[in-house]
Write a protein that binds this ligand. Sequence first.
Ligand code: ATP
Ligand code: MG
Length: 380
Amino acid sequence: MWIKRLQLTNFRNYPTAEIGLHPVLNVFVGDNAQGKTNLLEAMYILAVSKSYRTGRELELVRHSEAAAQVHGRVERSADVDLAVLIAREGPKKLLVNGKATTANHFVGRLSVVLFTPDSLQLIKGSPSDRRRLLDIQICQTDAVYRSNLLKYQRVVRQRNQVLKTAAGNRAALKQLPVWDAQLVDLACRIMRRRQEVVQRLSDFAAAIHSKLTGEKENLRIFYRPFFQGSSSSALSQSEYRAVILEQLQKERFLELQRGHTLVGPHRDDLGFTINGQDARVYASQGQQRTAVLAYKLAEMELMRSETEEYPVVLLDDVMSELDHARRRFLVEILNKRAQTIITTTHLGSFTPDILSDAAVFKIEAGAIAERGHGDVSAPR
Ligand code: ATP
Ligand code: MG
């Protein structure tokens, strides 16, 4: 799949912009603060329905304007028009082929893999960032997971309310088993799916990582369920159910004391090992980067195996961060012919052969101009 056209209106620092994209490689060059990340953010929103940079959507609306629009035409087995409208007044609107729809029906039309300098924090960063990344990846290709996750989040919120009032309140305490049952039911599905996905992700990542490191290093990614600090073996859905029930019993007192749900996949994590050693503890900067590259390529392969189409790969200013591994990384993507959108402050890190089949755009103060299609050579 690929984004064929993109139109922005009053989105971030863009008054209006309209571009036609290249099916394989698109390079956006611009100085700092010209709108490079804003542009990738717009594409990401078309896929995920919300930004990865902010939860306050009004920030997306250009200063002193009433509403922002992002509109994209996606070419895939069934072509689709996607639009997101964010107004200062009123709720956000999501449109598929001109018709308003829910987030659950909007997400999944366009899949993306995002790589930013922040992605390099994946291994040593917070569990919630790793969980979010995994969830966004699964949600893009699995509508059932998407709907289970939404329901689960709602149940946890409501269960937290009950826990807060339940101490010393019999009526509230009586409601708890109802919420427990819903929690267990959704939690075991989510956990089973995460476990399955991480196993496949790990297999893809291990193969890619081995290539990126000249077969010197062995990367493994582990699903770490909330009840188990270390890596675990795969469980079936009913085994997850049994463990969650057991954990609910065990943590009941503490949950009531804290007024907060302590049991469930909202506390899961991912673990990484390189040559059997915990990467969070031992991996060097360079090893983390290579592992994250492998992870991103694995995400791409996994999405392709789920949807038969490669996702669009969004790379924000990462070429300068990645020395020799970067070219192999990029070439890996380009060889698959996944549509790739790269931003950079200078074309110096791109060889002419990489740019030979690419569209190059210049971004300046919220205006995008195409610099060339095809054989644009990099200035020395
Ligand atoms: P860098 O190379 O430093 O990462 P960039 O080209 O990625 O720069 P962006 O993050 O895209 O820069 O931001 C470009 C500009 O957009 C910034 O100056 C920012 O202040 C501005 N901007 C962000 N949100 C809005 C908004 N809602 N209205 C107007 N301008 C905005
Ligand atoms: Mg930027």
